[in-house]
Design a binder for this molecule. Structure first.
Ligand SMILES: Nc1ncnc2c1ncn2[C@@H]1O[C@H](COP(=O)(O)OP(=O)(O)OP(=O)(O)O)[C@@H](O)[C@H]1O
Ligand SMILES: Nc1nc2c(ncn2[C@@H]2O[C@H](COP(=O)(O)O)[C@@H](O)[C@H]2O)c(=O)[nH]1
Length: 198
C-alpha cells in the first residue's frame, strides 16, 4: 500500500514553520520530520542531526554530486538540502513526512512524483515578521535584511494560483495550529488507522 502523502511547509523565514512543527510533534506516531543538511552555523541550542545535519560547503557539494538530495537550494547565503535517505527513513515508518523548505525547494519538489500537500505559512504582515525575527535573536543585521528581502518575494509568489493547496496566516498560533491540523486531518486519520491495524 502507498504510504501517507508527505507535507511541504514553506513560507518566509520567521513565519512560524519551526514553531508549528514543534506542535505537530505532540502527535506521537503520526509525523516524521525530514532532517535537512545545511551549511549554516548552528544556533544556540541546535543539535547536529536533530534540527539539521550541519556540514561544510565542500561536504554539501560532494553530496550533491553523489545525487544524495531530492532537492537543494541556496537561501540567504547558505546551502540547504533534503536527502533521499532522510525522506525514505520517514516513509519507511509509514509516517507523514514533513518537509520544511524554501520556495526554490517547492519548485523542485513540484517536478518530482512525491505528490505532497503544499502548505504555505505566512506572517500577518511584514512588520510582524520583522519583529518576530528580531525577537528570535538569531540573525545578524545583514542576515536579517537578506531574510526580509527574501520574505517580500516569498509573500508575492505564494499568491500564485495553484502553487499551494492551503495558505495559513500565522497570527494567533493556536488558530494556525488548528488550521494546520484541519488540513491534515484526512492523512492523520489514515496513518492512525493503518498503524492501529498493524
Ligand atoms: N503566532 C505567533 N505569535 C507570536 N510569535 C510567534 C508565532 N509563531 C511563531 N512565533 C515566533 O516567531 C519566531 C519565528 O518563528 P519560527 O522560528 O518558528 O519561524 P520559521 O518559519 O521556522 O523561520 P525559519 O524559516 O527562519 O526557520 C520565533 O521566535 C517564534 O517563537
Ligand atoms: N529547499 C530547502 N529549504 C530548506 C531546507 N531546510 C530548510 N530550508 C529552508 O531554509 C530557510 C532558512 O532556514 P533556517 O533554519 O536557516 O532559518 C527556511 O525557509 C527553511 O524552510 C531544505 O532541505 N531544502
Amino acid at each position: 500500500m502507498a504510504g501517507p502523502r508527505p507535507v511541504v511547509l514553506s513560507g518566509p523565514s520567521g513565519a512560524g514553520k519551526t514553531t508549528l512543527k514543534k506542535l505537530l510533534k505532540e502527535h506521537d506516531s503520526v509525523f516524521g520530520f525530514s532532517v535537512s543538511y545545511t551549511t549554516r552555523n548552528p544556533r544556540p541550542g541546535e543539535v547536529n542531526g536533530k534540527e539539521y545535519h550541519f556540514v561544510t560547503r565542500e561536504a554539501m557539494q560532494t553530496r550533491i554530486e553523489n545525487g544524495d538530495f531530492i532537492e537543494h537550494t541556496e537561501f540567504s547565503g547558505n546551502m540547504y538540502g533534503t536527502s533521499k535517505e532522510a525522506f525514505q527513513d520517514v516513509q519507511a515508518k509509514n509516517l507523514i513526512c514533513i518537509l520544511d523548505i524554501d520556495m526554490q525547494g517547492v519548485r523542485s519538489i513540484k517536478r518530482t512524483d512525491l505528490n505532497p500537500i503544499y502548505i504555505s505559512i505566512q506572517p500577518p504582515s511584514m512588520e510582524v515578521l520583522e519583529h518576530r525575527l528580531i525577537d528570535r535573536k538569531t540573525e545578524s543585521e545583514e542576515s536579517l535584511q537578506k531574510r526580509l528581502r527574501a520574505a517580500r518575494v516569498d509573500m508575492e509568489i505564494s499568491k500564485e494560483q495553484g502553487l499551494f493547496d492551503t495558505v495559513i496566516v500565522n497570527d494567533s498560533l493556536e488558530e494556525a495550529h488548528g488550521q494546520l491540523k484541519a488540513v491534515l486531518l484526512e492523512e492523520i486519520q489514515k496513518v492512525k488507522k493503518t498503524n492501529m491495524s498493524s
